[in-house]
Design a protein around this ligand. Structure first.
Ligand SMILES: *Cc1c(COP(=O)(O)O)cnc(C)c1O
Length: 376
């Protein structure tokens, strides 16, 4: 049994007592487990976790503890991370482009679910054992609603998807369809459009689907109102029944962001404030990388080192990271208190996804400490 890591009461308590000078990711295992439970209770199908959002061992352990049994993995190394935590975990290899060596590597992990989006990638899987192996054809539509679209990189157009689905079926695989509506998507209509088209693709191919994987993309609470996950789940179920009728396939989802974001709060420290700009101890080469692509978050609080809240009127600041690179700057100004000063801590909520996992160590920065807390 592993030693349980220390559990501090709250980020504020920890900051006041230890005055950390490095960026800290405060992790609340209870929040992660509650989110997993929300997906397991609300989504009418198999819930898998997209490991790339955050592959920390503590995250995987808590998800497994909460009852998540299957994982969407993109590489053999991610497979290893998952199996290190649970040798029985089910692995869905849903990165649709793989080298021959990666196919061989994944086979050693016993992968039985693969996604493809073109004929060449399907051909690479021709020698796989059939015993119940699933091929999920990934298709794409020009659908709006997400912070940014994944369709530029992956996904067959519906006509190609029809041919691939037929072909996978003829090859003796279990035929499925999959899509990803794009990340940070809060619009149930995006899933509805995809589910409807999935039924068309299956009908034209003359194939009864084994499963329909509705992807990740579920929004985290970064700005504005809380995303209504349950409304999305309900819409997916409703549209699946409507579009497929009695031959409705089993559903699978693979959230990354919405599963893990809320379980972490990032605390960054102000190194200096000058000429309307604030220099933080983390930036776009660290945990703030993704802000360049999806914008500045709104759920931000500022604490003094003594634990008090900095409540001054918010004014827009240019925000720089700690490296000596002028690109290390947030894409837009961020509202922060006018009385912000050196040594203050800026706490940003819902930073568990695509933060630590894409941090670099550039210039000797960008390595966050993870501290467990019982409440965020
Ligand atoms: C990244 C990814 C996900 C997770 O996406 P989120 O927007 O983080 O939910 C799910 N499935 C696949 C195939 C992915 O590449």
């Amino acid at each position: 049994m592993r030693n349980q890591p220390a559990l501090w009461p709250t980020p504020r308590w920890h900051l006041e007592k230890y005055q950390p000078d490095e960026p800290v990711l405060y992790f609340c295992p209870d929040v992660l487990q509650a989110t997993a439970q929300r997906f397991l209770d609300g989504f009418d199908g198999t819930v898998t976790y997209a490991v790339k959002a955050n592959d920390q061992m503590a995250v995987l352990e808590n998800l497994i503890g909460a009852g998540i049994e299957a994982f969407d993995v993109a590489s053999p190394l991610e497979m290893q991370h998952v199996r290190d935590v649970n040798p029985q975990a089910i692995l869905h290899y849903h990165n649709p482009v793989r080298s021959i060596a990666e196919v061989a590597g994944a086979l050693k992990y016993g992968v039985k679910s693969w996604s493809v989006d073109c004929l060449r990638e399907l051909e690479k899987l021709a020698d796989l054992p059939r015993n119940g192996t699933e091929i999920a054809v990934r298709f794409r539509l020009p659908v709006a609603g997400a912070a940014y679209d994944f369709g530029d990189k992956f996904g067959a157009d519906p006509d190609t998807a029809v041919r691939l689905l037929k072909h996978a079926c003829e090859m003796g695989f279990r035929p499925s369809l999959t899509f990803h509506p794009g990340t940070q998507c809060a619009d149930p209509g995006a899933w509805a459009t995809y589910v409807t088209e999935a039924a068309n693709v299956a009908r034209i191919a003359g194939v009864e689907l084994y499963r329909l994987n509705v992807g990740g993309g579920f929004a985290a609470h970064r700005c504005g109102a809380k995303p209504d996950l349950e409304a999305i789940f309900a819409r997916i179920s409703k549209e699946t029944l409507r579009a497929f009728g009695v031959s409705a396939p089993e559903l699978v989802c693979e959230p990354g962001r919405a599963m893990v974001a809320e379980a972490f709060t990032l605390a960054v420290r102000v190194k200096t404030v000058r000429n309307g700009a604030v220099y933080l101890n983390d930036g776009v080469y660290g945990a703030l990388t993704e802000l360049r692509d999806i914008g500045v978050p709104e759920r931000v609080e500022v604490f003094r080192g003594d634990g008090s809240t900095v409540l001054g009127r918010a004014i827009p600041y240019v925000v720089f990271g700690p490296t000596c690179d002028s690109l290390d700057c947030l894409p837009e100004k961020m509202p922060l208190p006018e009385d912000l000063r050196e040594g203050d801590y800026v706490l940003i909520r819902a930073m568990g996804a695509y933060s630590a996992s894409i941090s670099t160590g550039f210039n000797g920065y960008g390595r966050q400490v993870v501290i467990n807390v019982s409440e965020l």
